[in-house]
Ligand binder design. Structure first.
Ligand code: ATP
Ligand code: MG
Length: 407
């Protein structure tokens, strides 16, 4: 058996744009951590023929196939029937699950009807995987060497059953690919800059598996050992650390805000943010982290010049002379928010996110970021592309990165 798995996600809502398919990303990452690989994700509507077709295809390539969704009691829940047909088994009532469902309804004081009990239907002979987060259990059905694993659609239930029952089973087979691998997260360098730097350092001659994943102003690198070449892997890691140095903000899969959070926490320092074109996105990213009150004092969305002037104390002459999108105003915003929020560091972002508002001197994508502390203020000019959302996202990332390099 190869350490490879396919996923079939079912549900019309995943194809008509109303629900984002979150399973593939989550599962791909979780499997990667355990040395297994998600080979393919096929999304099909709640349709017997479509699910049967996807199942046949997946089982022809892989020994382990996960199927999510369609385990509920309604007429569009047909996954179980398809798998029963493949296994040549009947659908039966699983009494322990039925009792559990009845008990849940009783404690919640909800009226029971015959539909509800249908949650406890399973393929005969299946290993029933208890669902601690919902009603329908998961099911593990084996036929010869092939394994079909049925999981409920709601992400909390899907993930819970995998954690409780399937990952321990996969780990127990002890056949994942155990070559070493390492992630690096970088900011401020483009994908091709990184590749050129590393290849000039001799990376191209080393036998390692490299993957680059580029996002706005940010690149993730994954280095994986190739069997039989352990020294090349070690050399690749030290080459990457040496060449990319400060551009690396995490040698794992940490986010930039987490890296900034950890550094501030370690040093016992606090920050505040003054945001113009990003309208609070930086504050949002930082405050999404639990415990952020230890390092984040507050922020000001200084969109209008009046706010830059009256709340942050940016000089009226400075605004008139240099314009709101300028290095000088970014520095004054950073120093202003630092004082206003009594923080150790002030971070500021001001720019032209577009699509309108650009001029020949100040085109769309021109953004100034600044970081102030009691001693000095640093700033950086960024020329970003890719449309309004990308400009805003990249601005937040680069501002957090400027702060990280200072702390
Ligand atoms: P239930 O017993 O709740 O009916 P189910 O196993 O039948 O569960 P579905 O009806 O397919 O699952 O989906 C239940 C919910 O989970 C829906 O709100 C659906 O949008 C969501 N869901 C299903 N698949 C995914 C997915 N791949 N990513 C994110 N959400 C999903
Ligand atoms: Mg359903």
């Amino acid at each position: 058996m190869a350490p490879e798995i396919e996923l079939i996600t079912t549900g019309a809502e995943l194809l008509n744009g109303s629900t984002v398919n979150r399973h593939a990303q989550w599962l791909g990452h979780a499997l990667e951590q355990r040395g297994w690989r998600l080979l393919r994700d096929t999304t099909v509507p709640d349709d017997t023929a479509a699910i049967a077709d996807a199942l046949r295809g997946a089982l022809s390539r892989c020994d382990v196939v996960l199927v999510s969704g369609g385990l509920g009691p309604t007429s569009d829940d047909v996954t179980r029937d398809v798998v029963a047909a493949w296994a040549g088994a009947k659908i039966v009532m699983h009494e322990p699950t039925r009792l559990q469902v009845v008990e849940i309804y009783r404690t919640r004081n909800k009226p029971l009807n015959s539909m509800v009990e249908r949650h406890a239907l399973v393929v005969e002979g299946a290993r029933v995987l208890v669902n601690h987060h919902g009603l329908a259990p998961g099911e593990h059905i084996q036929k010869n060497d092939k394994h079909a694993i049925l999981l409920p659609g709601p992400p909390r239930e899907f993930q819970g059953i995998l954690h409780d029952h399937i990952f321990p089973w996969l780990d127990g087979m002890n056949m994942g690919c155990h070559s070493r691998r390492q992630w690096f997260q970088t900011a401020g360098l483009g994908e091709s800059d990184i590749a050129a730097l590393l290849n000039a350092g001799g990376l191209a001659e080393l036998k390692v598996d490299m993957a680059y994943c580029a996002k706005p102003s940010q690149v993730s690198l994954r280095v994986q050992e190739i069997a039989g070449h352990p020294h090349d892997y070690d050399r690749a890691l030290s080459l990457i650390r040496g060449k990319l140095a400060d551009a690396i903000y995490s040698d794992g899969d940490q986010s930039i805000e987490q890296a900034v959070f950890d550094l501030l926490k370690l040093r016992g320092k606090t920050m505040a943010a003054a945001e113009s074109c990003t309208g609070g996105m930086l504050g949002q990213r930082i405050t999404a982290l639990p415990g952020s009150s230890a390092i984040f004092n507050g922020g000001v969305v200084a969109y209008h010049n009046d706010i830059k002037q009256n709340v942050l104390g940016v000089g009226a002459d400075l605004l008139a002379e240099k314009g709101a999108v300028s290095a000088e105003v970014a520095c004054a915003m950073a120093a202003g928010v630092m004082k206003l929020c009594r923080a150790d560091y002030g971070v500021a972002i001001t720019g032209v996110a577009g699509p309108g508002g650009g001029s020949p001197e100040k085109p769309v994508g021109l953004v100034y970021i600044a970081v102030a502390d009691a001693q000095q203020t640093n700033w950086q000019e960024c020329r970003l592309g890719g449309g309004r959302e990308t400009v805003r996202e990249a601005s937040v990332l680069l501002a957090l990165d400027l702060l990280r390099r200072r702390v």
